[in-house]
Design a protein. Sequence first.
Length: 372
Amino acid sequence: MNSHSNSQQAHLQQQQVYSPIVLTSTHRQDVQEKYQFSYEIGSGTYGMVYKADDKKRPTNKVAVKKFRSTKEGEGLSLTAYREIGLLKELSNENIIKLLDVCLNPKDKLLYLIFDYAEFDLFGIIKYHRENQSHFSDVTIKSLIWQVLNGMHYLHSNWVIHRDLKPSNILVMGEGKEVGTVKIGDFGLARIFQSPLKPLNENGVVVTIWYRSPELLLGSKHYTRAVDIWAIGCIFAELITTKPLFPGKEKDPKIPSLFQDDQVDKIVKVLGKPTLEMWPDVKHLPEWKRISNMEPYPNTLAKCVGIDEKSNAYDLLSKMILYDPSKRITASEALDHPYFKEQPLPMANAFAKSPIPYPHRLPINKKKREFDD
């Protein structure tokens, strides 16, 4: 895994990912006849996620994503439609696998069945932060390499994820794939064409802590570079165990791409963007809001606590460049010297050492946390 080899490139499906979605499922059984539900492990605006056992293969753990019912006559939600359409076509070791689709005849609800991943980066990072411990270099490198490998596969197939954050990056906890990253939650993912069509009409994308500056400044056109910015933010978070740009969102009931506090957090770390470093910024709708901001110095190395001359810093700084056209691509990042120096990235991100992280527990119904 120490280089982006030709065999890995050959493994990628280079065709555009698009095909009609056939939902005339043969799975007419009640979902609970096929899967033994254990307990709820996640919840959000889309619905709920449960840990379950496959009754035909009791040793197989699965995750069952149950979509909330839509209003009468609305049919299948757009989020579910996108997720099924993409995941039926995608196949990569670092992308979550859709195992089954159940259209339940009794409750008329949709259930998606996935491989079960015991961990996600949100919980793993939280463990290290609360225990005041840091990741090993090999674990950080292995996690980020696998995220980039999955993202290169998506981008090569004309897919932008648009919602990368620690809670959407899963890590397998047992079996032959232990320590393997699985990028999940494709509800906001989109196929893009060349030339790109405006995507802003689809609403707000990417949780604000991981939202790129072109999105924050109201760009109507954006590229796969929005995913690279998010990965850069996650990379920094793995190093420090703290979010790099933890902005406070304005009223979530009023969706807005521009977030004053988030922009302020970015500018205080990277400095104010200039026309020299990002010529096209002057065309963005919200440019005037930041053009008169104080010109802070770039303090990224200090904030993350790494040497400016290190390969780790070089890679990180190329991921979170202001100008999306200059941001490193997933393919280029996989070939970066950072991944060729010791310790080399491993297929098992836990480096074959004992896993200290607690397993998923049932959601506390009285104190439920939403991470959407």
